[in-house]
Design a protein around this ligand. Structure first.
Ligand code: GSH
Length: 109
């Protein structure tokens, strides 16, 4: 507690808020639907990134929509689950996926 407070007052990054490590292996599941332009921004990049990303369609699959709501409290897509932890916002998702793909390439994976 005191350690977190000390970090908050300093410029040091807080490891609890740092987000997922792009260099680590991850299980990736993207909640999306085809007519969503923000989803398309992410979907269009996927083939070039060469990552294994499981897709779940929240318009066609009721269970996917229910799972998304249970995890995030809403229906906003795209939502990337990284090892079960949801990440919203297409710009953040793309930044993470780009960094993850680059780290994998650098590691020869
Ligand atoms: N700023 C968000 C916008 C995402 C967004 O507006 N998605 C729409 C579908 S195109 C949505 O999920 N609307 C339903 C909701 O927000 O619950 C992003 O860039 O990802």
């Amino acid at each position: 507690m005191l350690e977190r407070l000390r970090r908050m007052l300093s410029a040091e990054p807080d490891p609890q808020r740092a987000g997922p490590d792009p260099a680590a292996p991850h299980t990736l599941v993207l909640y999306q639907f085809a007519s969503c332009p923000y989803c398309q921004r992410v979907l269009r990049r996927l083939p070039d990134l060469g990552l294994e990303v499981q897709l779940r369609d929240t318009q066609r699959d009721r269970a996917a929509a229910a799972d998304l709501r249970a995890a995030t409290g809403g229906s906003q897509v795209p939502c990337l689950f990284i090892d079960g932890v949801p990440m919203l916002e297409s710009a953040d998702i793309l930044a993470f996926l780009e960094a993850h793909a680059a780290a994998r390439r650098a590691a020869g994976r």
